[in-house]
Ligand binder design. Structure first.
Ligand code: ZN
Length: 321
C-alpha cells in the first residue's frame, strides 16, 4: 500500500508538490485549528421555545445542508465520508466511507425531495449516489456533476444550467451561475487531467465542472447558497432571508462585501469553513485556509444582516420576519 502510494506520488510529478503543500497545510491545521467555542455568541440553534414555522436548517459539515419545511426535506452537498488529507494529497483511490455515510444518513429526514450539488469535487459529490439511494432524492446538478454521479452509481440526475428553475414539493429552486475559488492560482481538479469514462477513482477524477449556486424559495422565505466564489461573479441583486456563502479560500472572502451588498440578507452564514479532512465526530474545527476573523470584520463593516454560525447537526429554524 505504502509502496503503491509512493509510486503514484512520484508519477504525479507536479501534483506531488501540490500534495506536499496540502499536507503541510493540513498538519498545521491539526495544530492550530480552533473550534467554535470562542464564538458561542454567534451560534444559532433552536431552543424549546423557538417557533418552528420557518425553514429548518441543519448543517452537515463541509458545505452540506438539510432544509426542512412541513415534512419535506431538501439537501445540498451532503458529504459524510470526510476522507483524510493524506489520501487526497497522495492521489490515492477514493471511496465513500460506508460507515460514516450510514451514520450521517441516519441523522437526516428519511426522505428528501432533491439533492442540489454545487460542483463535482469529492467533498460535495462523493457520497451523493449513496445518499440518493437511501433518501429517494433526485439529483439536481451541472451536466458534468450528473455524469460523475452516474458513473459512481447514481441511477439518474437532472442536469441543469444557470437560469433553470425547478419546483419540487414546497421548494422553488433557481439555478444561478457561480465560480470556484482558486488554490495555488488555479481551480483545483479542473476539467483537464481527469478520466472521462468509468467510475471516478482518484481525487482528480472528481472534477469541478460548472460551479452553480442556488436560490431556494419555500414558505415565503428565500435562501441563497453557494460553495465559494470570486469577485468577478456576484450573486443576483435580490434580498434574501439567509445567505449561505462558501468561505474556504481567499477568493471567496474577497467577494464577500460585494455579495452582501447584492443579497442584503437578514442572516449571513459563512460556510465551508471547517476542516473537512477530519471526521464529523471529531467536532467542528476551522480549516487551515479559512480566516474567520476577517469574515467577521467584513460582515460588521458591511452592516447588512446578522452573522451566524451553525454547529454540526444542530438544527436552526430560520425566523419569520
Ligand atoms: Zn470545490
Amino acid at each position: 500500500m505504502q509502496l503503491a502510494a509512493r509510486k503514484r506520488s512520484v508519477k504525479l510529478g507536479g501534483k506531488g508538490l501540490k500534495g506536499t503543500l496540502l499536507l503541510i497545510l493540513g498538519f498545521s491545521a491539526q495544530v492550530l485549528g480552533a473550534g467554535l467555542n470562542s464564538y458561542a455568541d454567534l451560534i444559532a440553534k433552536d431552543s424549546e421555545t423557538t417557533p418552528r414555522d420557518g425553514v429548518r436548517v441543519t448543517y452537515l459539515g463541509t458545505n452540506g445542508y438539510q432544509f426542512e419545511l412541513d415534512g419535506n426535506a431538501l439537501l445540498v452537498d451532503p458529504y459524510f465520508s470526510r476522507v483524510d488529507l493524506l489520501g487526497i494529497a497522495l492521489g490515492l483511490r477514493l471511496e465513500p466511507d460506508m460507515r460514516r455515510v450510514a451514520e450521517g444518513i441516519q441523522r437526516l429526514a428519511p426522505k428528501a425531495d432533491a439533492i442540489l450539488v454545487t460542483h463535482g469535487h469529492f467533498d460535495h459529490l462523493l457520497d451523493v449516489s449513496i445518499v440518493m439511494s437511501k433518501t429517494h432524492a433526485r439529483l439536481i446538478a451541472s451536466a458534468s456533476a450528473v455524469d460523475l454521479a452516474k458513473r459512481a452509481g447514481a441511477s439518474s440526475g437532472d442536469a441543469v444550467t444557470a437560469g433553470d428553475v425547478r419546483r419540487i414539493g414546497p421548494w422553488k429552486i433557481r439555478v444561478l451561475p457561480a465560480m470556484h475559488d482558486r488554490l495555488f492560482g488555479k481551480v483545483p481538479f479542473d476539467q483537464h487531467d481527469a478520466c472521462s469514462s468509468g467510475p471516478p477513482q482518484r481525487p482528480a477524477d472528481w472534477i469541478c465542472g460548472e460551479p452553480l449556486a442556488f436560490l431556494i424559495e419555500a414558505g415565503g422565505q428565500r435562501i441563497y447558497i453557494d460553495s465559494g466564489g470570486r469577485p468577478g461573479q456576484l450573486p443576483p441583486r435580490e434580498r434574501v432571508d439567509l445567505a449561505i456563502l462558501g468561505m474556504a479560500l481567499p477568493d471567496s472572502r474577497a467577494r464577500l462585501p460585494g455579495a452582501l451588498e447584492q443579497l442584503n440578507p437578514r442572516f449571513i452564514l459563512p460556510s465551508h469553513q471547517d476542516n473537512f479532512f477530519r471526521p464529523l465526530e471529531a467536532g467542528f474545527q476551522f480549516g487551515s485556509l479559512t480566516d474567520f476573523s476577517r469574515v467577521r470584520f467584513d460582515c460588521e463593516q458591511a452592516n447588512r444582516g446578522r452573522l451566524i454560525l451553525l454547529d454540526y447537526f444542530r438544527p436552526w429554524t430560520l425566523p419569520k420576519k
